[in-house]
Design a protein around this ligand. Structure first.
Ligand code: URA
Length: 241
């Protein structure tokens, strides 16, 4: 691929804007020699823009710790967007990055973004059974029957046509529980607890498949490694038996 196209696809500017990087000497090899033409053949890993390595090429997946108060949307007037946590050029990449499913505005935790359509499909399809695990703080003490209700495969949520697929509940305390689900319906965890007569006061996603946030602080992100992607698709919630 021509280097001007590569740089434009990575979001560094339009084809016209990145054309300026060549005569200005901003684009170099790792040894500092300028790359003066878009047709030069230089491996991407060797390229530097203003001395910095380039962002990873597609396919790219990011692991992000979504804080409370940001919205998983490309636009809208509901407030700050999750994409605002990334460098602005990430919003101009081709192919574009999208969130893998959504966390609602008041939910924090592990969120993946990817430009890999195949991965996106595998992770959001309930048939692929990638477990998403949430920790919920509840307004009222658990009754005791929620585990059986959520595991039953018969729980109907308001306005839905089909019952929820079986889910797994772990009780952490009288008003705290972890719930693992394979679906990603609108506000699903909040609605499941509402259907059990409770109310979720705070919600945090702990894991997707076998991947957890590790030491990423709220608002921080990093590119997913091959090990992260293998962990995501191992199909069992991290830490569960
Ligand atoms: N369930 C919810 O209620 N909210 C989320 O953000 C994710 C799952």
């Amino acid at each position: 691929m021509r280097l001007d196209r590569l740089l434009a696809n990575l979001g560094y500017g339009s084809r016209r804007e990145v054309a300026d990087f060549f005569p200005s000497g901003r684009l170099t090899r790792s040894d500092g020699r300028a790359v003066t033409s878009a047709t030069e053949r230089v491996p991407q890993a060797e390229l530097r823009l203003d001395g910095e390595p380039l962002d990873p090429p597609a396919p790219l997946t990011l692991v992000l710790h979504k804080p409370v108060g940001v919205v998983c949307s490309h636009d809208g007037d509901e407030g700050a967007l999750v994409y605002g946590l990334l460098p602005p050029r990430f919003g101009k990449r081709h192919p574009a990055l999208s969130t893998v499913g959504r966390l609602d505005k008041e939910t924090s935790g592990l969120l993946l973004l990817t430009d890999d359509g195949g991965l996106l499909h595998r992770l959001i399809s309930p048939k692929k059974a990638v477990w998403k695990r949430y920790e919920a703080t509840l307004a009222r003490p658990l009754r005791g029957d929620e585990g059986a209700l959520f595991a039953s495969g018969t729980l109907m949520l308001d306005h839905d046509q089909k019952p929820c697929l079986p889910a797994r509940l772990e009780v952490v305390g009288p008003r705290m529980a972890r719930l693992s689900i394979v679906e990603g319906r609108y506000h699903q965890v909040r609605r499941m607890f509402a259907a059990a007569g409770n109310h979720v006061e705070s919600l945090h996603r702990i894991s997707v498949g076998g991947l957890t946030l590790g030491d990423l602080a709220p608002g921080q992100w990093r590119p997913a490694t091959a090990a992260d992607l293998a962990a995501v698709e191992n199909r069992s919630p991290a830490g569960s038996p």
